[in-house]
Write a protein that binds this ligand. Sequence first.
Ligand SMILES: *Cc1c(COP(=O)(O)O)cnc(C)c1O
Length: 363
Amino acid sequence: MQNIFNFSAGPAMLPQEVMQQAQEELINWQGLGTSVMEVSHRGKPFIEVAEQAEADLRELLQIPANYTVLFMHGGGRAQFSAVPLNITKSSDLSQHLVTGQWSVGAEEEAQKFCRSSIVAKSKEIEGKMYVPKQDEWSIAEEPGYFHYCTNETVDGIEIDWVPKSQSGKVPIVADMSSNILSKPLNIEDFGIIYAGAQKNIGPSGLSVVIVRNDLIGFARKDTPAIFNYQLQAASGSMYNTPPTFSWYLAGLVFKWLKAQGGLTEIARVNQQKSQVLYKQIDATGFYSNNVHNEYRSKMNVTFKLSDESLNEVFLKQAESNGLVALKGHRAVGGMRASIYNAMPLAGAQALADFMKEFERKNG
Ligand SMILES: *Cc1c(COP(=O)(O)O)cnc(C)c1O
């Protein structure tokens, strides 16, 4: 049984039921006497798994028929390059909203393949990080695509509104690596959605890409074949050997999500989990969070102790209470509790209780 709560930002915890099922069928999958890792991706048993995973993902996210789902290699970052390679010419402009570490990374990578510009950056207003709304952006020219990150994993900033193209022609591209499947989405607001798997989907290395069909077929001639959306779409994401075990495990996670009641239900639990923690953070001045209420992440709750000399003790005692991986990203310091879909409410509650007790003893 689980005796720790793992708050790792990624690779992150997976649902316990999923891990148990994977363990039970690890060496004798579907009575075949082999693991799912040891069979051909082109054989019937694996094709069924692959197709079922896509069908379940489509059902969970209500993905319309004019969107293609790709299971690709290279995690989230591979798409930083794949997006410009597939939908721009080098003279095109990519436009970026920069709100933290990951959207910075996407913009820097795009610079290698096309021109790029930044419409706005997150900024501090009265000590709280805020994301400028679209009417505050500076836009000089219509870009080939617009890119943003819906949840900044390091900075704990989540954006719930979706930018709109004024002309209706600019594809909105979203890096959803750390909050995909955490709540219902309107897929039609987006041209391309992508996510590295290791936060809310499954093992690392896999990327899930949801791309509107009219954006497929424009890859540059020098695009590496495995990154080419058209080739991957035409081959059912099997242009080369896909990460089969990750795809299988993602399929188990999608089934688990359906059993939880789908995305409306998981969103309700995610809301509760984050509320429990932010309430504890806001209770007194002992802890603090530096994100404007509207942008507080429901997946990565960042916080600082007012007395940072207590950081080491906090982490040590948390760990001896079974609350692990709470150290904030090295770039921002402090603490970070990542509470993706797989984290039960009891985990968030246990952390909030620990924080309260720690404050009582040290406050
Ligand atoms: C983790 C993460 C990535 C990078 O994923 P890799 O699989 O390591 O390439 C990109 N974007 C966001 C928002 C992330 O959280």
